[in-house]
Design a binder for this molecule. Structure first.
Ligand SMILES: NC(=O)c1ccc[n+]([C@@H]2O[C@H](COP(=O)([O-])OP(=O)(O)OC[C@H]3O[C@@H](n4cnc5c(N)ncnc54)[C@H](OP(=O)(O)O)[C@@H]3O)[C@@H](O)[C@H]2O)c1
Length: 303
């Protein structure tokens, strides 16, 4: 299939592009700077354009049948007002402009896989959350809601829309693991806050397999939790990562107030969490290759 991807140069998009092209799909990767030195695998081509701004890039959109919308400024930062504006606008405007351009495909079968996150549900205790659970009210939850609402507008043009609510993506070259593995390797790994908070996560290769599954399983639409079936508490994450890396994790927990001091409102995302389950994917018959964190980390961190 001819696939158009926003945010394809990032951590998730790089793996996804590699896996999709390996299965024979062609991928056009929209990037703000095509001379950024990012090499693409055979089967993928770059297209220069800023998705937050309407432009010539939109003319190329109708040539494609499937759209994977990943672009957005990183949330892994201190949430100043300016950072929150960039986090929001980069997602909302990108999705709006992509959907506008998709309308030009008129009548042709079209698929939109738009990203959202487990943060859609807001902060929760031990409660199981499925696609039917209501949204939260914090910044990330409100953002996810607004982001999804922009994507859903594509339905007005006859597009099939899947809202992929990613858990924290575990992978080799970035994301959360890219941040914390070096800290653990220095023997500085510790629980964050109480350690009780749930972490809903997914192995990057399972995420790529989910997209391949979605391309084939055309009956699936609407919100879909893209998370492993076994979420873990932060305490279990610390213990498992320590064991897989073969390093001790004896330090006392990092106090929640300190994380909030360092990261602002983003600190809440670290010390609170949610237990999200992939009900929709399991009901559709998707089989996870890495259902447990131990298996996932062992695969990712193997030499
Ligand atoms: N990684 C996770 O654990 C995780 C979990 C839940 C949800 N998600 C969501 O999944 C998506 C992909 O995540 P990722 O980890 O691959 O992100 P990433 O590595 O930060 O990449 C995001 C991509 O978005 C583009 N981008 C960055 N800032 C932008 C801006 N201001 N305006 C427009 N485009 C911008 C960049 O592409 P160019 O520079 O080439 O234009 C970049 O390659 C994100 O939207 C993220 O919120 C990720």
């Amino acid at each position: 299939m001819r696939i158009f991807m926003t945010g394809g140069t990032g951590f998730v998009g790089t793996t996804l592009t590699r896996e999709l092209t390996a299965k024979g799909h062609s991928v056009t990767v929209l990037m703000r700077k095509s001379e950024s030195g990012k090499s693409l695998p055979p089967g993928a081509v770059s297209l220069e354009g800023d998705p937050t701004v309407r432009g010539a890039w939109q003319e190329r959109v109708p040539e494609h049948e499937a759209f994977i919308n990943l672009a957005g400024a990183s949330i892994f930062t201190r949430w100043t007002d300016e950072a929150k504006r960039a986090i929001r606008e980069s997602r909302i405007l990108t999705t709006r402009h992509l959907v506008e351009a998709m309308a030009l495909r008129k009548g042709n079968e079209t698929h939109l896989f738009s990203t959202s996150g487990a943060g859609y549900y807001g902060f929760h205790g031990d409660e199981d959350l499925s696609e039917e659970s209501p949204p939260g009210t914090d910044f990330l939850a409100m953002l996810s809601r607004e982001w999804e609402a922009e994507a859903v507008k594509a339905k007005e043009h006859g597009v099939r829309v899947v809202l992929c609510r990613f858990g924290i993506v575990m992978g080799r070259n970035g994301g959360m693991l890219g941040e914390v593995a070096p800290i653990f390797r220095m023997f500085l790994g510790a629980d964050l806050g109480s350690g009780n908070q749930w972490l809903s996560w997914i192995h990057e290769l399972d995420l790529a397999r989910i997209f391949l599954f979605l391309l084939e399983t055309r009956s699936l639409e609407g919100p879909l939790n893209c998370t492993a079936p076994e979420p873990v508490r932060n305490r279990e994450f610390t213990e498992t990562l320590g064991k897989v890396l073969g390093v001790p994790t004896f330090l006392p927990p990092v106090p929640g107030f300190m994380l909030r001091l360092m990261k602002g409102e983003f600190g809440n995302v670290i010390v609170k969490g949610q237990r999200v389950l992939p009900r929709g994917l399991l009901a559709a018959g998707f089989q996870f290759r890495y259902p447990t964190l131990k298996e996932a980390l062992a695969e990712i961190l193997k030499k």
